[in-house]
Design a protein around this ligand. Sequence first.
Ligand SMILES: [Zn+2]
Length: 342
Amino acid sequence: MRSKRISSNERSCWSGTGLASAGPITSVIAMVCLAVGSASANTAGTVKVTPLGGQKGEFCRLDRALVFEDPNGTRILYDAGRTVAGPDDPRLADIDIVLVSHVHGDHIGDRHTKSPNAGTCANPDFSVDAMPHSSSVAIAVEKGAKIVTGSEMPSFFAAKLEKAGGKSEDSVLVRFGAMTEVGGVGITTVPATHSNGLAPGFLTGPLADYMTNSGITAYVGPPTGYVLKFSNGLVAYLSGDTGITAEQQVVVRDYYGASMAVMNIGDTFTTGPEEAAHVVNELIRPKSVIASHANEEATRDGEVLPGTRTEKFISAANMPVHVPLSGMTMEFDQAGSCSRGC
Ligand SMILES: [Zn+2]
């Protein structure tokens, strides 16, 4: 059985890269960020990726959340899910952009842990109810961040932001099409083959009751993945929940040339390890991959457990697969290789 063992050297490297963050983005800094982004890509600097999972140093059952930090300081939270302890989670630090691939509760955050590392890796604590606004909306309001989504979700998030005390204009549309630049990072959405029903609990009033009684969900458009182009030139694909799609080759590889991929491997709900390996080996062919959404206790003491989906995916992929251990920052260069922390 193959497994990934984490050496003590690597751990000390991570502790040096931690969660140190740029200061709050003031309007002056935001202008600088935009200037950086609109110039031709500066290949200096790395993109830092920090998983905010259920247990520090582990890859746990419902881990989804990743924080990407552009070399220009812009910080992006991808699919907060349930393992982020709401807006007060100290691991978040500053967040400028919140991405939500789709509105299922384990991605938008219908409930969440009461504090980082509560519960166990196999059974994390998700005791805090975040309905009807969601953890993603609460975080965006508290941090003054923009929620950047595709399909029909922007109008939903605009209404939610306003009701939760934020600004509706902080909901930004990136429907399948051109990239939009936010904070110096190019962002677009790509199709994901999944579903995107909004649970009635996100609504209030009689409509919510009618829907609950009928067993139906609300339409907020199709689910999405993302392609991000960072200011150092790194292009990353975030799969969201999806099966195999033709766009993974035609759009993500042929057009955007993604060199790093965050790939969901959860089986049934998304590509399993074999399908996900086909996607990265044949369709996208990135330099490196971060496994995500494994829906299992994938590691113990930072070591991948035998017989897990994560282990199968690592074995089947032709390129390095990095395991998203919570709190451990990985750094990626312009070409998509992990240069530190992996
Ligand atoms: Zn889903």
